[in-house]
Design a protein around this ligand. Sequence first.
Ligand code: NAD
Length: 437
Amino acid sequence: MYEPRMRTKSMERFVCSKEPPNRSESLLRDSAKRLGISNAALEQIEKPYTFIYQRLPVEVEGEVINISSGIVLHNRARGPYKGGIRIASDVNIWETNELARLMTLKTALADLELGGGKTGIRVDFEKIYGMFKDRFKLGFYPFCDMLKDHIMKEFVDHFVERGLVRIYIPAPDMGSSGREMMLFYNRTHDPAVVTAKPEGIEGWLPGRHEATGFGTAYAILKYLEHIGKDPSEITVAIQGFGNVGSHTAYYLNDYGCKVLAVTDFYGGVCHEEGIDVNELMDYARENRTVKGYDDKHTIDNDTMFRMPVDILVPAASGHVIGKENCGELGVRLLVAEAANMPVSYEAFLELKERGIDLLPDNYVNSGGVIASDLEYRQGLGGTRYSRTQVFDHLRGRFDEMFGNMLEIKDRAGSFTQAACDIALRRIYLAMKTRSLI
Ligand code: NAD
């Protein structure tokens, strides 16, 4: 029977008792010292405003499955809570909390009038599929789509009932996409309820789908300009080939960089002379993985991380580079964090010592939320933006952020620390102005 197995400690797995040590708090503590912000004020900035734990009961083939999920509303000193919905087998409340805190730091660095929030929905699709596959005649992916639809409809009901509409504005994150965002619109008919709505839905934004990958590639391009390197001299490896990884590969390839290796959850491909990114994108769109694209030239994550390349782009899950594997990385110039929190604090310090730059997540992958900000404001009844305008706007914001970071980088110690100083200062000032600290 399915239910008893799912009942075992499913909430406990989600709600851990104490926040584990994490990078954003370590960085914030350093920044607060540099900026002269007191510990008492810092604590209010670090901690979330609200945690919500939700059990989402969904019916599959006549059986009820209970899914654990959580919403963290971290900070709205500068505007409504903003942050994606992550659907994965290993999310927990503290990861969701750190991702929400990161959103607060990201929206502040980009100078958006938004705060930070996040949703984590814990679903082990493979395990659940294993329990139903004898009865469900279609394959794994149609099963996942159906299950996700059920879960998200339940989630959206809770979201509306809790009065979160326009208080917290979700978007896609790992495991979710425009398809899930559309369900918020279906329920509310409010174009400002959610961002990354699919093409043609009231208030959708041309370019939003590619914005995070576009921004990541542009952030890398700015860095290359800064160090005086031509993209055609640059080799790249990318972990993750979903929304962010695939579009990053596409735009980097367009700038002239050579993408040597790509991995995803199921496998990887490596071509020493450079992957045909367009062909790989077509393959992955059809097969939902890069696995099987070229069985003669496969690569796994660990081998790819050890590969000598100029730039390594983690664009999948968090916590993939820590002190245990940092020393083995083959990267020569730069780690660009397209994923959220892929590099631990200790690994960041080690990379710094080795002279390898780290461009932080709250800068590199902020293209998504910058475009989302436009989409949200468009949904509130403002102007209609074209794809060209969206990309021009993204370039402008990235130019400004990079300039701001460069101005204080040497004083702060690195790009990562500079990004944190800028964000913390803005959040602190907004909270002070609003008498929240
Ligand atoms: P996605 O679900 O579209 O794709 C995730 C990719 O990572 C898939 O290719 C998956 O197979 C791969 N992956 C997962 N676990 C892996 C593992 N252990 N090893 C190798 N590959 C693995 O997700 P996405 O939207 O592309 O998000 C990727 C990252 O970017 C996440 O960290 C997310 O938080 C961050 N991010 C996304 C957005 C956005 O707009 N989608 C914005 C900002 C940050």
